[in-house]
Every structure is written in structure tokens, then in C-alpha cells.
Design a binder for this molecule. Structure first.
Ligand code: AMP
Ligand code: MG
Length: 404
């Protein structure tokens, strides 16, 4: 009988057991990228705020140009940023893109269809009412909900908010996250590598992912493989944060102390997932705070962060969309999984020759090979006990989605 938890079950369990961040803070637009909106955002005005010209040309009354050729007096010149005066019958206003349509006019004839003669303009083609106009409120209507509570703010969203004149948004406060790397062998980049040591790479791959979500990162330095040191670090840091994340030391070897150290001041409720890479993954509570223990292998740590931790952190922040869905795409490789673990293969998206996209497996799928992560465009999902033949379709989840 299996004692590994399938990933979908693990995610559902996790999402149901998370504390929520309720506090809202007013955040300047330029700091809102990737943050979770905490209120429905209603348009305070119409966009455009006035009906304006979509072309460089001549604003006129369509009834004046029903019969051609029609010659009108150029009565005024309206540039973007200025306001004209009422247009009378028989008159045209020279107008530029974005300039407000003057009262009395109901369309704009594009300049390519006009011929200027002194202070008169000859209209060479009929212009219909409403032509070449951008109507007041056609983009955004005052009072409508522009952005719903729970969205993660994108550059497009911020542009939209700026377009109605707001310079701040109500977002969930930043999540405080401790990111702890464990291992006697680790040393920080920039220092000299001594025999037996390796550089701490997990911190530098995971911290940017936290930053993207607007998390405040509390760093602990590298924690040695000792029960006391691990327990003490966890105790000291847990009180300062909303969530503690560790990498390494979560397996069951003699030098793995994270599990026991967490259980000293809390508990683990999820342990051993049916996924590859990433089996030694743990989650639970430490001193009442959310805890995630990630594997030490760089690939496993990165993949479990994206698949499990990121959705949880977004959920704690009130995000409505926490899971990334892939799409079905053709493979050019075969594989046979006799494992009960769902595999996440690092793959490249290709479309050479035929132009039809397909996925190609990165050669080395070892969970210790960090370079494969940098080469890959995303992950292909191979369900447990599945044989894949060349040309079969697999679910593909792109990094551009996962890393958003
Ligand atoms: P562990 O889960 O602690 O047994 O670690 C598994 C493997 O990942 C070992 O080869 C570690 O040296 C390596 N590892 C653990 N933590 C890190 C880290 N922060 N950066 C790079 N490699 C790591
Ligand atoms: Mg270790």
C-alpha cells in the first residue's frame, strides 16, 4: 500500500489549512506589481473622459457632407490637450488624434480624404455620424468594477488604474517569510570554496520567487546540520514571520534535523509526496506559523516551491487564482514510469521545421542538476504508471506561467 500523497490531494489539504493575511495596506502603484488586490476597484471616471478624435483630420457635422464635393470653412484648430468651441453648420475644425470633439460635430473626416484650400477644406468622401471617434467611456465606464479583489496585479492592471487617475491601491500587506537554508556543506557565493563545500544556490533561486509575490524575506544565514542549531533558528525566526521555509535536511538521514526540530515546537501534517522531483517535502506548523520544508536538491526545491509553496502563499494573500494550469502538447520522446510518483520533467518547447510546437526532454533529469532548470522552458507532467511514446501528448506547464 502506498504511503505517498498524490500532489492534487496534497495541494487541496494544504489550501484548506492555511492562515489568511487579512490586513490591507495602501500601496503606491509602482510597488503593486505582483501584489494581491484586496478590494474591488471601481472606476471613478469614464475613460476616455471626453469623446475625442481617433485620427488627424477634420471634425464636422455629417449632415454637411451628405452630398459631395462639400466645402467647409475651417473655423478652429484643436490639438490634443486643448478644448475647442461649438462647431456651427458649414464649419470644420482641424483636429488631431486625442483632441476632444467640439460640441456640434459628430464625426471626423480623416485628413487623407480632405483637400485644404486656404481657410477652407474640401471633403472628398462622405463621413458618417460617429466615424473616427473614440467615445467617452468606451474603454472604461464610470462605476464599473475594473479589477476584482483577489487578482494579482500585472503591469496592464497598473496602467489601467493609472488611466483613471489613482496612484495607490489597497493590497494585502506583505507576507513575511523566513527562508532558511540548511547544510554543513554550504557556503555563500562570493566566498572561497573550501574542500567538501558547495555554494548555497537554493537561496538565490527561491528568494527572487518570494520577491515577485511581494514577500518580505527574513534571512537566517546557513544553518548547520545540528538538531539544536536548527531548533533554535526555527524558534527565533518563527515569531518574526508569517511563514517559515527551509531547504535541505528534511529527509530521514542522521544529518537531517528539520523534521525533529519542527516537531519540538509544532507539527508536520504532510509528509512524503508522490512527486518527482521533490519527495522529501514537509509542511506543518512551527510555533503556530505556517511551515514548509523543501528538499535540498536545487531542482527539487525549486519545483516543489513552484508547485506547492507558491500556491499556498498566494492563497494566504487572498489570491483567487493560485494554481497554474498547463496545456496539452506533443512530445518527441518516450518514457515509461513504473513509479507511483507523478513526474515533472524539465522540457524545452520547440517548433523547428514543421512549425508545430512539441516538447523535448532536457537530457539530465537528475534532481541535482540545476543547469537543466535554466535550460528548460517548463515542466511536462507524466502521471504515475504512465508509458509515453513519441508523439503522445502530455500536460505542459510553462515557466513563464509558473514564474509569474
Ligand atoms: P539534503 O536534502 O539536505 O540531504 O540535500 C540534498 C542535496 O542538496 C545535497 O547534495 C545538498 O548538498 C544539496 N543542497 C542542499 N541545500 C542546498 C543549497 N542551499 N544549495 C545548493 N545545494 C543544496
Ligand atoms: Mg543537508
Amino acid at each position: 500500500m502506498t504511503n505517498l500523497t498524490p500532489i492534487d490531494e496534497a495541494i487541496s489539504t494544504l489550501l484548506n489549512s492555511l492562515p489568511a493575511i487579512e490586513e490591507i495596506e495602501s500601496t503606491p502603484l509602482m510597488e503593486c506589481l505582483g501584489r494581491v488586490l484586496a478590494e474591488d476597484f471601481t472606476a471613478p471616471l469614464d475613460v476616455p473622459p471626453h469623446t475625442n478624435s481617433a485620427m488627424d483630420g477634420y471634425a464636422l457635422r455629417s449632415e454637411d457632407v451628405k452630398f459631395l464635393p462639400a466645402t467647409l470653412n475651417i473655423s478652429q484648430r484643436i490639438i490634443a490637450g486643448s478644448v475647442g468651441t461649438r462647431l456651427e453648420s458649414g464649419e470644420a475644425a482641424r483636429i488631431f488624434t486625442g483632441a476632444p470633439l467640439p460640441e456640434g460635430a459628430d464625426c471626423v473626416a480623416m485628413q487623407e480624404n480632405c483637400r485644404v484650400k486656404g481657410n477652407k477644406v474640401e471633403i472628398l468622401k462622405t463621413a458618417n455620424s460617429g466615424e473616427n471617434l473614440r467615445l467617452m467611456g468606451e474603454d472604461i465606464t464610470k462605476g464599473s468594477i475594473m479589477l476584482e479583489s483577489g487578482v494579482r496585479l500585472t503591469p496592464q492592471d497598473l496602467g489601467l488604474v493609472a488611466s483613471v487617475g489613482r496612484s495607490t491601491l489597497g493590497t494585502r500587506r506583505r507576507l513575511k517569510v523566513a527562508l532558511i537554508t540548511t547544510g554543513n556543506e554550504l557556503i555563500e557565493p562570493g566566498k572561497e570554496l573550501l574542500p567538501g563545500q558547495i555554494y548555497n544556490s537554493n537561496y538565490y533561486a527561491l528568494a527572487p520567487l518570494l520577491r515577485q509575490m511581494g514577500c518580505d524575506i527574513v534571512k537566517s544565514g546557513i544553518v548547520a546540520d545540528s538538531f539544536e542549531k536548527t531548533r533554535n533558528t526555527l524558534e527565533q525566526i518563527a515569531v518574526k514571520v508569517d511563514c517559515v521555509i527551509t531547504t535541505g535536511g528534511v529527509s530521514v538521514g542522521e544529518e537531517d534535523h528539520v523534521k525533529a526540530a519542527v516537531e519540538e515546537n509544532g507539527y508536520l501534517d504532510l509528509w512524503k509526496l508522490a512527486i518527482k522531483p521533490g519527495k522529501p517535502f514537509a509542511s506543518g506548523k512551527i510555533m503556530g506559523k505556517q511551515f514548509f520544508g523543501l528538499p535540498g536538491n536545487p531542482v527539487s526545491a525549486f519545483v516543489t516551491f513552484l508547485l506547492l509553496v507558491k500556491p499556498c502563499l498566494l492563497s494566504m494573500l487572498g489570491s483567487k487564482k493560485v494554481r497554474v494550469r498547463g496545456f496539452s502538447i506533443k512530445t518527441n520522446f518516450s518514457s515509461c514510469s513504473v513509479s507511483e510518483r507523478q513526474e515533472y520533467l524539465r522540457v524545452k518547447l520547440q517548433n523547428e521545421e514543421t512549425g508545430v510546437p512539441f516538447i523535448e526532454r532536457c537530457q539530465n533529469q537528475s534532481s541535482g542538476v540545476g543547469s537543466s532548470l535554466a535550460i528548460a522552458d517548463g515542466l511536462a507532467v507524466v502521471p504515475p504508471h504512465t508509458e509515453v511514446s513519441v508523439g503522445d501528448h502530455l500536460e505542459y506547464i510553462s515557466f513563464s506561467e509558473l514564474l509569474r
